[in-house]
Ligand binder design. Structure first.
Ligand SMILES: Cc1cc2nc3c(=O)[nH]c(=O)nc-3n(C[C@H](O)[C@H](O)[C@H](O)COP(=O)(O)OP(=O)(O)OC[C@H]3O[C@@H](n4cnc5c(N)ncnc54)[C@H](O)[C@@H]3O)c2cc1C
Length: 421
């Protein structure tokens, strides 16, 4: 990675996750001078810790144009560099008539977006899944165009493309805050000095609310702790990614499976969850089946973290280089047991590793990808709410268009920060 900080760039990007790196690559391809500043390591946080799903099925319909664009971009990416992309299809299984009605409703609302998803009935499932099931399924919502990529490879590989296009990437280099001149962005203050920039994109994942708050910008965002495991390599015949309700799994490039479940998520009660309770309450209520609320150590850790800090001394971003929480083994072990019970071909699966990540969420579970109206030149791309990996390349393309004032290739109206005003 790069070491010599430039004195000036066209666009400074804060955060080396898939969103910051994809934005940087898109901007660099347009001929702009771009630098990415990452406090820890490229893809050290969510972008290397996720399930690797590239999914249109079950998505909020407002994200579907981005998801379709992303499917095309992943295919193109894999032709240039190994991101572990495989278009193997993705299915949300249903156990009851009510599940299938829910899937049919989603499909009906998705029609205007021409998503090539369809319903599969119970008789069609064995051929689709490739493995015998011991469970009675009612059917599935399936899109053959969806797929997976390898989170351990993807962002680093896109970073390689961005560098080849002229972008500079600095690891171990936190951005402490914004430099402003006459109320407009004039650059960033990093721990290694100031860098002038006409535009700044904050793609700070779970840290964006803290950064925004210290810059006088309100961004309602909380963190959700999510755990994942991977199995030893095994042959089961199942190649597509599936959501079975109480487990999820997808085949990995190393021959094992990444296994988790939607219920493997915990929202710690923190001072921010109290501050943002009114905005997040509807989301907590609708997700209560999957999301456990927990009161614990994190409340005090976040209470001790300063919310306002000066830029001439180390900030919380330098004190927390990589968010690396411990996995909650109970929920993911249960997911593996449920998978084995549902598909006997997984009986020999052993746990080869487990990890966790902090998902950054917004009140409506949609990301913010927009200019920050109160600070000209400042852009925010955060709050991807547990599904930013799959749409990452398209989100980067959209951010690059917004920064350059070009006509956006997908309608960004639903992603404005001002919706929370
Ligand atoms: C367990 C788990 C499973 C998931 N599964 C999926 C999935 O299957 N499909 C999917 O689409 N999505 C999934 N997601 C969500 C997806 O991983 C995220 O939405 C996506 O990676 C977000 O990317 P990002 O670049 O916004 O954030 P991150 O990857 O978190 O990157 C943000 C970066 O910004 C850096 N940073 C922050 N502040 C500063 C600062 N001040 N200075 C310098 N650097 C800074 C951080 O160090 C970090 O590296 C999952 C997430 C988790 C945790």
């Amino acid at each position: 990675m790069d070491t010599r900080i430039p004195s000036h760039v066209d666009v400074a990007i804060i955060g080396g996750g898939i969103i910051g790196i994809s934005t940087a690559w898109a901007l660099a391809r347009s001929g702009l001078r771009v630098a990415v500043f990452e406090k820890g390591a490229v893809a050290g946080e969510q972008s290397s810790r996720n399930w690797g799903w590239i999914r249109s099925v079950g998505r909020d319909h407002r994200e579907l144009p981005l998801a379709l664009r992303a499917n095309a971009l992943w295919r193109e990416l894999q032709q240039q560099v190994d991101v572990g992309y495989r278009q193997r299809g993705l299915a949300y299984l249903g156990r009851s008539a009510a599940d299938m009605q829910g899937h049919a409703k989603w499909l009906e609302a998705a029609r205007p977006y021409a998503v090539p998803a369809r319903l599969i009935d119970a008789a069609g499932l064995p051929a689709l899944l490739g493995a015998q099931s011991a469970r009675d399924w009612a059917g599935a919502l399936y899109n053959a165009d969806d797929g997976v990529a390898e989170p351990q490879l993807a962002t680093a590989a896109i970073a390689g493309l961005a560098r080849a296009a002229g972008c500079q990437i600095f690891e171990g280099c936190a951005v402490r805050g914004l430099d402003l001149a006459a109320g407009k962005v004039s650059g960033v203050v990093t721990e290694r000095g100031s860098v002038g920039a006409a535009a700044v994109v904050l793609a700070g994942g779970a840290w964006s609310r803290l950064f925004c708050g210290n810059s006088g910008v309100s961004f309602p965002q909380l963190k959700v702790h999510a755990s994942v495991l991977r199995t030893t390599p095994l042959e089961t015949g199942m190649d597509l990614a599936i959501n079975g309700g109480d487990f999820t799994c997808r085949k990995r490039a190393d021959g094992g499976y990444t296994v988790s479940q939607l219920g493997a998520s915990t929202a710690d009660l923190t001072p921010d969850s109290i501050r943002l309770m009114r905005q997040f309450l509807p989301a907590w209520m609708s997700e209560r089946k999957y999301l456990k609320l927990r009161v614990g150590r994190r409340f005090f850790e976040e209470l001790m973290m300063p919310r306002r800090f000066a830029l001439d001394a180390p900030t919380p971003f330098e004190q927390h280089r990589v968010l690396d929480p411990q996995p909650g083994m109970a929920a993911i072990s249960t997911a593996l047991e449920k998978l084995k019970a549902a598909f006997p071909a997984f009986a020999a699966a052993r746990v080869a590793g487990a990890w966790a990540g902090m998902i950054d969420v917004t009140p409506d579970a949609l990301p913010v990808m927009s200019a920050v109206d109160s600070v000209p030149g400042f852009f925010l791309a955060s709050g991807f709410s547990g599904h930013g990996f799959g749409i990452g390349p398209a989100a980067g393309e959209l951010m690059s268009e917004l920064v350059q004032g070009k006509t956006p290739s997908v309608d960004p109206a639903a992603f404005r920060l001002s919706r929370f005003a």
